[in-house]
Design a protein around this ligand. Structure first.
Ligand SMILES: [Mg+2]
Length: 422
């Protein structure tokens, strides 16, 4: 993989996005601590962050830390419109834009020097245009790799611009705290601190084998590479987000199993509805819970087939919830989230197929899968998945030969995993 010799990758990240939109639209909020979201903090302005308020914190705790904060309800349509406007500025800057979320993206400006100037000038112009056209502050990090550009923008926040020159990369990276490395959350950071490792440079000094034996093969290798600033990933245009989710804060309770089940039904219905509307399917369902002591757990289950069917997903989420009941009884649940991960666009079953309909495949009955289309077997055409056995496929041009596939629920117990953070 080719990594440019010049720092040409920009990581552009809006500052305290939701709170900044609120401050932009209501002059009375400017310069004052603003918290978006009541039950759980969705975003906090930098004035509120200075008091210790953080995203995903409980509303009560946030107000205890910052009693003068102004709490405003979220306005998702305003944030969505602002995001679209900012991404327009990104695409006016370079065609190579990879969105990471509603408020951040990587931009590759390599090759634009002759028409747009050096990357640092492009980054400065980008920040100015976002301020003028959308009215929001944005921070930009510029580096040779995506990882370092993201680290640079994190260091430069708020409302900053930081360029990491190619000959100063390790000097910039190694003094930083290990928490700056992608993949280092609270649990991994605590484990590294136990071994007396607190800076990226200390991670870089360890042999890969030591990191692998301490943190596991995947994470050990990943951190070893990042600490040496090895990140060959290119900016990919058109990448879509990998998961769709929904969450609901439910207060301190007490909550009955029936009450939690009703919350889960609502979340699953909302998430699967959004997936069908977006013509997406997925295989991995996740359940996240936050407890009264602010610890969290994630439980996931991977189905045998991708789907967007409400009934099938609900069965999986209910099973995850049932397994978590002892912990819920012990610690009290305050937040339920149900992201539906690894979603992909429903593929058509042949080049002439126009249908990308995502059709649920109930796990409890037999379904049929078209074998006549040109789609690879590993990503079967879901539009054919429930065609009646022996009938003509609704979207394949040929007389499809249908192979009955038993979508039995035992296959859907393909794998289950869990993680806990405290
Ligand atoms: Mg941001």
């Amino acid at each position: 993989m080719f990594v440019s010799g010049e720092a040409t990758i920009l990581h552009a990240d809006l500052d305290a996005f939701y709170a900044s939109v609120e401050q932009r639209d209501d002059p009375r909020l400017r310069g004052r601590p603003v918290i978006v979201g009541g039950g759980v903090v969705l975003a906090a302005s930098y004035e509120a962050k200075a008091c210790g308020v953080a995203t995903a914190m409980g509303g009560r705790q946030a107000l205890a830390l910052c009693p003068h904060a102004i709490v405003v309800p979220p306005r998702m349509s305003a944030y969505s419109a602002a995001s679209k406007a900012v991404f327009e500025v990104f695409r006016d800057t370079t065609p190579l834009v990879e969105g990471l979320s509603i408020d951040e993206a990587f931009l590759d400006v390599g090759g634009l020097r002759r028409i747009a100037g050096p990357p640092v000038d492009i980054a400065a112009r980008l920040r100015r245009q976002v301020r003028e056209r959308v009215g929001l502050p944005i921070t930009v990090g510029v580096a040779r790799t995506k990882f370092l550009a993201k680290v640079a923008s994190g260091v430069a926040k708020p409302d900053g611009l930081l360029v990491v020159p190619p000959d100063g990369e390790l000097a910039f990276l190694h003094p930083l705290a290990v928490e700056r490395l992608w993949g280092v959350g609270r649990v991994t950071a605590a484990k590294l601190h136990e071994y007396g490792i607190s800076s990226v440079g200390e991670v870089a000094a360890l042999p890969e084998s030591v990191l692998v034996s301490t943190l596991g093969r995947a994470l050990g290798r990943h951190l070893h590479a990042l600490a040496q600033n090895r990140d060959p990933r290119a900016v990919v245009v058109g990448r879509r987000r990998g998961s769709i989710g929904s969450q609901r804060a439910i207060g301190r309770g007490p909550h009955t199993p029936e009450g939690l089940d009703a919350v889960v039904v609502g979340l699953v219905d909302r998430v699967t509805g959004r997936m069908r509307k977006a013509h997406r399917v997925g295989r991995t369902v996740m359940l996240r819970l936050r407890f009264a002591d602010f610890s969290r757990i994630s439980r996931s289950h991977t189905l045998a087939h991708p789907t967007s069917g409400t009934a099938e997903v609900l069965v999986a989420v209910r099973a995850l919830l049932a397994n978590a009941q002892p912990l819920i009884r012990e610690r009290g649940c305050t937040l339920v989230a149900s992201p539906w991960a690894t979603s992909t666009t429903t593929p058509p079953c042949s080049s002439s197929c126009r249908s990308t309909r995502a059709t649920p495949t109930p796990s409890t009955r037999r379904s049929t899968r078209c074998t006549a289309g040109s789609a690879p077997r590993r990503s079967p055409a879901r539009c054919c998945s429930v065609a009646a056995r022996g009938s003509r496929c609704p979207c394949c041009p040929t007389d499809g030969s249908y192979r009955a596939v038993a979508a039995v629920s035992s296959r859907n117990r393909a794998s289950t995993s869990s993680s806990t953070s405290v």
